[in-house]
Design a protein around this ligand. Structure first.
Ligand code: ZN
Length: 100
């Protein structure tokens, strides 16, 4: 990883920078972002199957959190889309069932 202090490229197993000796800590936001992206994807899939009004919004929130933490992969987008589809599908079903 790149040292935030001096910009030197260090190998992943190093805990201190080889250039300036500063402690290298993994940016925690990034690993959390991937967790949220995974959560969003799983929640999105679940929301398509059961309880869309519950898991749909959770999938959307998880996707937004992942994206806010600069996650750039496709998992969060997939979770976001599935969450929106599930919620919209639920709302359409709900409106139709209240009209009929
Ligand atoms: Zn350094």
């Amino acid at each position: 990883m790149v040292c935030p202090e001096c910009g030197m490229e260090n190998s992943e197993e190093l805990t201190v920078c080889a250039g300036c000796g500063k402690e290298l800590s993994e940016p925690t936001a990034k690993s959390y972002a991937k967790d949220f992206a995974w959560a969003s994807l799983v929640l999105g899939i679940v929301s398509m199957l059961i309880f869309p009004y519950l898991y749909g919004p959770l999938a959307i929130v998880a996707a937004i959190v992942a994206k806010k933490q600069s996650y750039t992969g496709k998992m969060a987008t997939a979770g976001l889309i599935m969450g929106i589809v599930a919620v919209c599908g639920y709302l359409v079903t709900w409106v139709l069932s209240s009209l009929l």
